[in-house]
Design a binder for this molecule. Structure first.
Ligand code: EPU
Length: 431
């Protein structure tokens, strides 16, 4: 038997080809927040009435969450950036492993499923490129609300004992302010009997957005955006029509695209309170910012080194650490970046080094010596934000950069290259 060899250039992995060194100019529009939309979609499990979400970004992760909801019996339809979900036909309490495994946020369905049906069996999502990503806090909180939870064969099984199958309010203290645990427990508590207090809750804007939706559905929630959230459970929630907040991480990535290309761009809509730490760092490196309502105009020429540490909100967000490091790789002077949220989120360093960046790491800290120019090279994004960081580096580099790892990029950035090309970038999608 003879095997046919296929010339390697015919097996083209999807990639972006970036011709670097161009100045950008114009306005970039920010889509709805992925990490908000995913959780707001899960809230459709809490009601038999229709939930309409507007400003939902067209992303593969959103499609993945819709598939999970459909597998549970929720009818979904979308028109442009509007998504309608009807949970009246909810019939399943157990989403399939293949769907949950590919989308961590889908685990957050366990809270609303348990609240509505009194039973949920959700596969553990497992780790991902950036870390092990445990769900201990989610499970601990559900137990505090009266659920019996067992973990066997990779599946978390939760059931509410008693005839009413209704969770009961309780006091929960999170050991770390996990965004996902806070959201899961808010949704679970919304239909529980009595009052729930979540202490050391996450402060992220996506948590506040979820509270906004739950209030619109008739829930009694107060304190979202502070470390103590109080929820008084109601017997049922109704439908709602709700707009997702703008994506603060996409906005930050666009501001960094201007900074790394030493350009002037307007980014909108931006809720500046959601990006305080990032805007401050951009000013510290020498960018000029003009804020007019939800329009942020940024201009950059020389960039100075700066140190930064990722922190829970309102600190500097881990999701912008890799994109900001691409900028610092081109700064005047030495910067130190410390990743405090995820244990394995410096994988982009090796790829930036391939482009001529001078970076060394020790544990979770990167020491960056700015260089005058990066040089284009084939690189690989190891997760969503690392892929975006590679594209930013490619925009600034001499020559051609090819970025693989688009399966990550497309999870979180809607038409990334289309938006950047409209302001003067030269990016082609191949394969
Ligand atoms: N953690 C625990 N125990 C738990 C839960 C979390 O130790 O039970 C730890 C994690 O290991 C991590 C830290 O707490 O070290 C933060 O995790 P968190 O639970 O807050 O993160 P998440 O809810 O899983 C969301 C976003 C992430 C974002 C983080 C932090 C969604 C779907 N994802 O994840 O977004 O990085 O919050 O802000 O909302 C991305 O968009 O690229 C992304 C990874």
């Amino acid at each position: 038997m003879t095997a046919t060899l296929v010339p390697s250039q015919q097996i083209l992995t999807p990639q972006l080809e970036i011709a670097g060194g161009r100045r950008l100019a114009g306005e970039l529009r920010v889509s709805g927040a992925k990490n908000s939309a995913l959780v707001l979609m899960a809230a459709s499990l809490l009601t038999t009435e229709q939930l309409r979400l507007r400003n939902v970004p067209p992303l593969t992760d959103i499609g993945g969450m819709a598939d999970i909801l459909i597998s549970l019996g929720v009818a979904t339809s979308h028109n442009g950036d509007t998504l309608e979900m009807d949970g009246s036909g909810l019939s399943q309490s157990s989403p399939p492993y293949e769907l949950v495994n590919s989308l961590r946020a889908s685990f957050f369905c366990i809270g609303p499923l348990l609240a509505r049906l009194g039973i949920a069996r959700v596969p553990l999502p497992g780790g991902c490129q950036i870390g092990t990503r445990p769900v201990v806090e989610h499970v601990k909180g559900l137990k505090a609300l009266g659920a019996q939870v067992t973990i066997e064969h990779g599946v978390v099984s939760a059931v509410v004992p008693g005839r009413s199958h209704r969770l009961r309010g309780g006091r929960i203290h999170l050991d770390c302010p996990s965004v996902g645990a806070t959201e899961t427990l808010m949704m679970a508590a919304a239909l529980a009997e009595g009052e729930t207090v979540i202490e050391n809750a996450a402060l992220e804007p996506e948590v506040v957005d979820l509270a906004g939706l739950l209030l619109a559905m008739g829930a009694k929630v107060r304190g979202a955006g502070t470390p103590t959230i109080t929820i008084v459970g109601v017997e049922r929630l109704h439908g709602a029509d709700y707009a997702v907040i703008p994506d603060r991480i996409e906005a930050g990535t666009f501001l960094l695209a201007a900074a790394i290309t030493r350009s002037c761009l307007t980014v909108a809509p931006v809720v500046t309170d959601h990006l305080g730490a990032v805007l401050t760092k951009l000013e510290e490196v020498g960018c000029r910012l003009e804020i007019d309502g939800t329009n942020v105009t940024i201009s950059a020429d020389t960039i100075q080194a700066v140190d930064l540490r990722t922190q829970p909100f309102p600190g500097f967000p881990t999701d912008l650490q890799a994109p900001f490091m691409s900028l610092l790789a081109t700064a005047n002077g030495n910067s130190v970046v410390t990743e405090n949220i995820f244990e394995n989120r410096l994988q982009h360093v090796a790829e930036l080094q391939r482009m001529g960046a001078a970076i060394r790491t020790q544990g979770n800290t990167a020491f960056i010596e700015g260089v005058p120019r990066l040089s284009g090279a084939p690189v690989q994004g190891s997760d969503l934000r690392a892929s975006a960081a590679m594209v930013l580096a490619g925009l600034a580099a001499d020559g051609i950069t090819t970025v693989q790892g688009l399966e990550y990029l497309d999870r979180g950035y809607a038409d990334f290259e289309g938006k950047l090309n409209a302001v003067g970038a030269s990016i082609r999608r191949l394969g």
